[in-house]
Write a protein that binds this ligand. Structure first.
Ligand SMILES: Nc1ncnc2c1ncn2[C@@H]1O[C@H](COP(=O)(O)OP(=O)(O)OP(=O)(O)O)[C@@H](O)[C@H]1O
Ligand SMILES: [Mg+2]
Length: 397
């Protein structure tokens, strides 16, 4: 798929911006703080409903939004795109309460019609690659889970439904367990266990679907990361392994969500029963996909502990490139590739490797850099160029 247009009103430093995006993409240069990342951020928000960097939605609203017209601070993001099924558009509207700086209205649009946030996910499919991504290897498991969740949700909305349901059940179940722990009810209290059993069932039903999807995608991505890294990094093999908190017997899964879901469910149910005493004592759910991890490996060892900084960075490159193929395999669409200032992070050998892989991936590419000369690389030379200056985008001849 590819984008054809992006329009922003009151988004970050952009008060108003309209940009036609050519089929191959754009190489975008601009000084620090000119607005490069904000452009890509708006696209990721359309794709996933959330900003990849803002802790709260109010952060994306232009600081002076609303004041000049005497209206509430607001944001408008709109993009036009083309998929195999034809043209489409996606949009977000956001309004703030000026007193409390809280969001009072957030609306998602597809083809100009309001839709639930959930249904807008993945209408635009993109893969973002930014310098902070090295935390994917060395950071907390929650960040890796988030990335895998975004990836699978872009491919299949049924996953997002199960994930959302799991989150709700987990929170209800934790509340009940916390209450039990407070009044010291024990796991031998049949009344308490019966009260919990409804939530056990819901937890296992939603959670086993989440885990079956994660297992299937992790297996695909592991093969792709291995293949990509073999080309990118000489003589070492980088892999990624799904490490569920709950033990799943090796070989018991076949990589088909419908079948694997039932197999995981019986193992999940057994683990819940086994953890009963600990859960009552600690007042929380201790097994389940909310504690899963995905670990990067280098030649059978953990990349975070044993890989050099450069190897970790290349692990991330291989992972992002693998995401493109997974989205294509699952949805039949090549996603849009967003490279935010990553070229200056790599030495020239690895930059060439990355750009050669990018050239072969046949995606629309939006690539940014503070250093325009890095964007003059032969692989990027055919991309139309643009420059961002203080929240205005200029197309260069
Ligand atoms: N809500 C907001 N309203 C107005 N300006 C904002 C808002 N949020 C951030 N900014 C400002 O927008 C500017 C551009 O930020 P952005 O991250 O897009 O720049 P960038 O070109 O990617 O910079 P760098 O090269 O340093 O990564 C910064 O000066 C930032 O302080
Ligand atoms: Mg930036």
């Amino acid at each position: 798929m590819h984008l054809s247009r992006l329009e922003l009103d009151q988004f970050r430093l952009y008060s108003h911006m309209e940009l036609d995006i050519p089929r191959p993409g754009l190489r975008i240069s601009g000084r620090n703080a000119s607005g490069k990342t904000s452009l890509l951020e708006a696209l990721v928000m359309l794709s996933t409903t959330r900003s990849p960097r803002a802790a709260a939605d109010r952060e994306i609203v232009n600081w002076s939004s609303g004041s000049e017209y005497g209206v509430r601070p607001y944001v408008r993001i709109d993009a036009g795109f083309e998929t195999r099924d034809g043209p489409g558009s996606a949009g977000i509207r956001l309004e703030l309460d000026p007193e409390r700086q809280s969001v009072i209205h957030k609306q998602f649009l597809l083809d100009s019609r309001p839709v639930r946030a959930h249904d807008s996910v993945g209408a635009i499919k993109c893969v973002l690659f930014s310098p902070e991504d090295v935390f994917l290897v060395s950071g907390a498991p929650s960040e890796r889970r988030r990335q895998i969740d975004i990836l699978i949700s872009q491919c299949d909305r049924a996953y997002l439904t199960s994930l959302t349901q799991y989150g709700k059940v987990l929170s209800q179940r934790n509340q009940l367990l916390k209450q039990f722990a407070r009044v010291r009810r024990s796991s031998r209290d049949i009344g308490a266990v019966t009260e919990l059993s409804f939530w056990d069932e819901e937890l296992v039903a939603a959670g086993s679907t989440v885990m079956a999807y994660r297992h299937m995608i992790a297996a695909r991505i592991a093969d792709l990361v291995r293949a990509r890294s073999a080309v990118l990094v000489d003589d070492v093999e980088i892999g990624i392994a799904y490490v569920p908190k709950l033990p799943i017997y090796p070989g018991s899964l076949v990589g088909e969500v419908k079948r694997d879901r039932d197999v995981v469910a019986s193992q999940f149910q057994a683990a819940v029963e086994q953890a009963r005493g600990e859960e009552f004592r600690r007042g929380m759910t201790v097994v389940g996909p909310h504690r899963d991890d995905f670990v990067f490996m280098i030649s059978e060892r953990e990349l975070a502990a044993f890989g050099s900084r450069g190897q970790q960075r290349l692990g991330v490159v291989a992972y992002r490139l693998a995401e493109i193929d997974v989205i294509d395999q699952q949805s039949g669409e090549r996603p849009i590739l967003l490279l935010d200032d990553v070229l200056s992070e790599l030495d020239s050998v690895h930059r060439n490797m990355l750009l050669t892989a990018v050239a072969e991936c046949d995606c629309q590419l939006l690539v940014t850099s503070t250093d325009a000369s890095l964007l003059d690389h032969p692989v990027l030379a055919s991309l139309p160029a643009a420059e961002v200056r203080d929240g205005t985008v200029w197309r260069l001849a």
